[in-house]
Design a protein around this ligand. Structure first.
Ligand SMILES: Nc1ncnc2c1ncn2[C@@H]1O[C@H](COP(=O)(O)OP(=O)(O)OP(=O)(O)O)[C@@H](O)[C@H]1O
Ligand SMILES: [Mg+2]
Length: 313
C-alpha cells in the first residue's frame, strides 16, 4: 500500500502493490503458507415438528481452491451470504470442512485435533467484529504469521478505515505478516490486496492480481460488483453503465424448470438438490496448480448428511 493511499483507502487512483515475486526457473515456487483445495462446507437445513430431519444443505462454501503465499494479502469479496465468513472460519478450523483439504505450511490441518489446532492457531489468528484495532493488537500478542480479517473496516467511517488499513500495512512490513482480508466490496480491498478472490454463491468465480481485476474483470459478477462502487461525481455516477449478472452461475435448477439463485433452498428436497445442475466453474489462480471441480468431494458431501458440517469448535 503506498503512502498516497493512506488517507483514502476507499477510492484512489494509485495501483495496488505488486504480487510477491517468484523468479521462474531460478527459485522453486515458495511453498504456499495456506492452501485450500476443493474446500466444501455444507450446513444442514433441518425440518420436522418432532424429529429434526435434514432436508437439504446450504452450500456455504462450494469447491473453493486457492493458495496464499508468505507475506501476501489476499482480499476476498462478495455480497452478503456468499460464504466469506464460513470460508475463513473453516480455514482456521473453527468449522470442520465437509470435504476438501486445508494445508498450513504444507501440513494438512483439515481434520487436525485440538492439540494440533492449538499450535496452528498460534501462527494463524482471526480478527472479526467491531473493535478491530484491539482485535489486531490481541492477535499480534502470539506473534502469528497469518491473520484472517473478517470485514475489518466495513463498520468504520473512512478516516478510521484508513487508520486501520495503515496499521495493518505497517505490521505487515514490520513482521512479514500475511493477511486474508474479507470485505463486502471491491473498493476497500483494492489498496491492501496483492490478489483478490471474488466469491459468489459459495464459489470463487475469479481470482486475480489486485489491479488487474479492476482493469479487466472477466466474470459478469465481478463486473457487477465493480459497477456497484460509487463514483464521487454524481453526474458520472448516474450515466455510467451498470452490468447486471447474467448467464452462469446465477441460476441453479433445483427441480425441473424451477430455477433459483439462492443460498437457502427452502422447500427443496435433497433429491432435488442432488439433481441440480450446479455451476462447474473452476477458479484458477495465476501460477497455481489447481485441479478441476471434484465430483468425489461433492458426492461425499451429499451423502454425509450433517456429518461434520457446521460443528463449531
Ligand atoms: N451455522 C450455520 N448454519 C446454517 N447456515 C449457515 C450457518 N452459517 C452460515 N450459514 C449460511 O451460509 C451462507 C454463507 O454465510 P456466511 O456468513 O459465510 O456469508 P458471508 O459472505 O460472510 O456474509 P456477510 O457478508 O453477510 O457476512 C449463508 O447463506 C448463511 O445463511
Ligand atoms: Mg460474513
Amino acid at each position: 500500500m503506498s503512502t498516497a493511499d493512506r488517507h483514502s483507502p476507499a477510492r484512489s487512483a494509485t495501483p495496488a502493490r505488486e504480487p510477491v515475486a517468484v523468479r521462474p526457473g531460478r527459485d522453486a515456487p515458495p511453498e504456499p503458507l495456506l492452501e485450500a483445495e476443493h474446500l466444501v462446507v455444507y450446513f444442514p437445513v433441518k425440518a420436522g415438528l418432532l424429529i429434526d430431519r435434514t432436508v437439504a444443505h446450504v452450500h456455504a462454501v462450494d469447491d473453493v481452491s486457492f493458495q496464499l503465499r508468505e507475506g501476501e494479502t489476499m482480499g476476498i469479496v462478495g455480497e452478503s451470504g456468499c460464504g466469506k465468513t464460513t470460508l475463513v472460519r473453516t480455514l482456521i478450523r473453527l468449522l470442520e470442512p465437509t470435504a476438501g483439504t486445508i494445508r498450513f505450511r504444507g501440513r494438512d490441518i483439515s481434520h487436525a485435533d485440538r492439540r494440533e489446532l492449538r499450535a496452528v492457531r498460534r501462527q494463524m489468528q482471526m480478527v472479526c467484529g467491531q473493535r478491530q484495532r484491539i482485535g489486531v493488537a490481541r492477535a499480534l500478542a502470539v506473534q502469528p504469521s497469518l491473520i484472517l480479517l473478517d470485514e475489518p473496516v466495513s463498520a468504520l467511517d473512512v478516516s478510521i478505515q484508513a487508520q486501520v488499513i495503515n496499521l495493518l500495512d505497517d505490521l505487515q512490513e514490520g513482521f512479514g505478516l500475511s493477511y486474508v482480508f474479507v470485505a463486502h466490496d471491491l473498493s476497500v480491498v483494492r489498496h491492501v490486496s496483492d490478489r483478490i478472490a471474488v466469491m459468489y454463491l459459495g464459489k470463487l468465480v475469479e481470482i486475480s492480481p489486485g489491479e488487474e481485476l479492476y482493469l479487466k474483470p472477466i466474470h459478469p459478477y465481478t463486473q457487477a460488483l465493480l459497477a456497484a462502487i460509487p463514483i464521487p461525481d454524481p453526474n458520472e455516477n448516474r450515466v455510467r453503465p451498470r452490468p447486471v449478472v447474467k448467464g452462469e452461475p446465477p441460476l441453479t435448477e433445483y427441480a425441473n424448470g424451477h430455477l433459483a439463485a439462492c443460498h437457502h433452498p427452502r422447500n427443496v428436497t435433497l433429491e432435488d438438490i442432488a439433481s441440480a445442475q450446479r455451476s462447474k466453474l473452476s477458479p484458477r489462480t495465476a501460477g497455481d496448480e489447481l485441479p478441476g471441480i471434484s465430483q468425489v468431494a461433492q458426492g461425499k458431501a451429499d451423502a454425509s448428511g450433517a456429518r461434520g458440517a457446521g460443528s463449531d469448535r
